[in-house]
Design a protein around this ligand. Structure first.
Ligand code: AHM
Ligand code: MG
Length: 335
């Protein structure tokens, strides 16, 4: 008699997806499994952060001049290490590394994929025990197999992503990933350490009532952003809006994906390109939201996914979430 099992693991799911395509080789499934492994190791450390002496600044600063926490360093190293051991990854680029990293050996040079990641996004939330996350983006390399990968393999627009995803270390740990086939969410079952399918075929609601932005920057925003925020706060409004801002993009985005709403990090007087990074944060999350039926733009009307990247650490303003809410923001933009 077969055991009656009601769950399906991430591995089983990706293999099942691969079988839908006779020509698929399963390499993407392997990378997703490897990223899942790295994130389980990160999860272990994150969950113990209050117990062991791992909190506190590492003393180093990253390429954006921001202070790195020890968990950022650990997460970066573990992702690099797991992906270097993977049979399918030719190199990586990370928000915490100045330049991309080439795994220049015989196996890696014959691997088809490169991976970009933000190893621990929202790390300023670590010492207040709020949710944080890992974000990843997987591209098929454009350079010749057999040779070391190069910068062009990483500087691809988001529209060309093969897959992207995030892991949220929250009240439970979840991995959400998208391919062109759809978006699916998996919750980590701590009893046997596997991500199990819990949120199949996720769709971002077409409309919502939650707007998410660092409103403390109000005075620095352009007039059109201010007008939209005034509109959301207007009590005479037919529809009432609520403001939520965790300050951890993965967490704010996860809520937006599930409940609907909009998340914004606009340009402001001091930061003409906003704060968030195109390659490590905006592209992978935009790919998920668009695949789930939502929308993501830079505020000028251009989809984030169509921006031609110029450099690895490029920043970009972002407006992302329920389609109707993103469209509403655009109606406040001056022609
Ligand atoms: P990080 O990659 O250094 O953690 O910064 C990114 C984070 C996002 O998670 C979050 O949306 C944003 O920074 C919050 O910034 P602010 O404190 O300016 O609102
Ligand atoms: Mg980040």
């Amino acid at each position: 008699m077969r055991p009656n099992r009601s769950f399906i693991t991430l591995d089983e799911f990706t293999i099942r997806e691969t079988r839908r395509f006779p020509k698929a080789t399963g390499e993407l499934a392997t990378i997703l499994r490897d990223i899942g492994l790295a994130c389980k190791l990160i999860n272990e450390k994150v969950k113990k952060a209050g117990l062991v002496d791992i909190l506190g600044a590492e003393g180093a600063t990253n390429v954006q001049g921001e202070e790195q926490m020890k968990l950022d360093v650990f997460s970066n190293d573990i992702l690099k290490n797991v992906l270097e051991n993977s049979s399918e990854c030719a190199g990586v680029a990370s928000e915490e590394e100045e330049d991309f990293v080439v795994f220049d050996d015989e196996y890696s040079n014959n691997s088809k994929y490169v991976v970009l990641f933000d190893p621990l996004d929202g790390s300023s939330n670590i010492d207040v025990n709020a949710s944080i996350g890992t974000i990843f983006a997987i591209y098929k390399r454009t350079s010749k197999l057999g040779e070391a990968c190069n910068e062009g393999d990483f500087l691809q627009k988001g529209r060309l992503l093969m897959a992207s995803g995030y892991v949220i270390y929250g009240s439970s740990t979840m991995l959400v990933y998208a391919t062109k086939l759809g978006v699916n969410g998996f919750t980590l079952e701590p009893a046997f350490g596997e991500f199990c399918l819990s949120h199949p075929n996720l769709k971002c609601p077409e409309d919502g009532s939650i707007y998410s932005i660092n409103q403390g920057n109000y005075n620095k925003f352009d007039d059109d952003v201010k007008s939209y925020l005034d509109f959301c706060m207007d009590n005479e409004n037919k529809k009432s809006y609520r403001h939520r801002y965790i300050g951890s993009m993965v967490s704010d985005l996860h809520r937006t994906l599930i409940k609907g709403g909009v998340f914004m990090y606009p340009a402001d007087k001091q930061n003409e390109h906003g704060k968030l990074r195109l390659m490590y944060e905006c592209n992978p999350l935009s790919f998920i939201v668009e695949t789930a039926g939502g929308k993501s733009t830079d505020g000028k009307g251009d989809p984030i996914l169509d921006i031609e990247p110029q450099e690895l650490h490029q920043r970009v303003p972002i407006y992302i979430g329920s389609k109707n809410m993103v469209d509403k923001i655009h109606s406040f933009k001056k022609a």
